[in-house]
Design a binder for this molecule. Structure first.
Ligand code: AMP
Length: 224
């Protein structure tokens, strides 16, 4: 199973990416985590990217693409699956990541989109700020990251929809409910992925299926 996650900050990429990785026993490749790790270890790369992270800006493509290539090569050696979390964030990154994955015979099976509105995302990120003290979880930087998401990341969803690999999930609910829906959707796709020619892949929009998946009240989940 090879999954890309496209979601605004605070929608739960980290939490759900970890869940998918554990469920399918595949590596969770989170570019933001990898970059924060470099910053924490004060590596040369960490020092070069710290200011971008602090301001909520995108680090240069080449840095994240090199990181992603390395991680996909490792994922291939480890069995062929992955959950990519945090890349692509722009159309240019989407094309470049596709080329890298294509060369390695590792293109994504599913682009998973977590949907949530800005008010809820801001509430979650401010709540996380109190717990985790991430340098980019301040009100001003949160607003900047959300604006950037709408401007440059959200438009790439159409590309995945056209490719027929987009799965949309309503992430306004509690993290365990969102997680159950994601795993159910991915499990349902497994037979198709195992026999790609058996059925033409169609775009899936599961956002209207909250009730069918046992949705509960307002979201209280951990952001990621
Ligand atoms: P995240 O943990 O995904 O919210 O990412 C945290 C920060 O890492 C972002 O605000 C960017 O500064 C940087 N970052 C993560 N992924 C990328 C990417 N694909 N391209 C550029 N910058 C990224």
């Amino acid at each position: 199973m090879r999954v890309l996650m496209i979601a605004p900050p605070g929608a739960g990429k980290g939490t759900q990416g970890a869940l998918i990785a554990a469920h399918f026993n595949i590596p969770h490749i989170a570019t933001g985590e990898l970059l924060r790790d470099h910053v924490a270890r004060r590596t040369a790369l960490g020092q070069a990217v710290q200011a971008y992270l602090d301001r909520g800006e995108l680090v240069p493509d080449q840095i994240v693409l090199d990181m992603t290539r390395e991680a996909i090569i490792a994922a291939k050696a480890a069995g062929g699956g992955y959950v990519l979390d945090g890349i692509p964030r722009t159309m240019a990154q989407a094309r470049a990541a596709y080329e890298i994955a294509s060369e390695l015979g590792m293109t994504a099976d599913v682009a998973l989109h977590l949907q949530a509105d800005d008010a809820e995302l801001t509430r979650r990120l401010l709540a996380r700020a109190a717990l985790e003290h991430r340098s980019d979880d301040t009100a001003q930087v949160i607003a900047q990251r959300l604006a950037l998401y709408h401007e440059v990341t959200a438009p790439i969803l159409a590309w995945y929809r056209d490719r027929g690999i987009l799965v949309c999930v309503d992430a306004m609910r509690a993290a365990p409910d969102v997680g159950r829906e994601i795993l159910a959707a991915l499990e349902a796709m497994r037979p198709v992925l195992d026999h790609p020619s058996a059925q033409e892949r169609l775009p899936l929009d599961l956002t209207g299926l909250g009730e069918a998946f046992g949705a509960t009240g307002p979201a209280t989940g951990t952001p990621g």
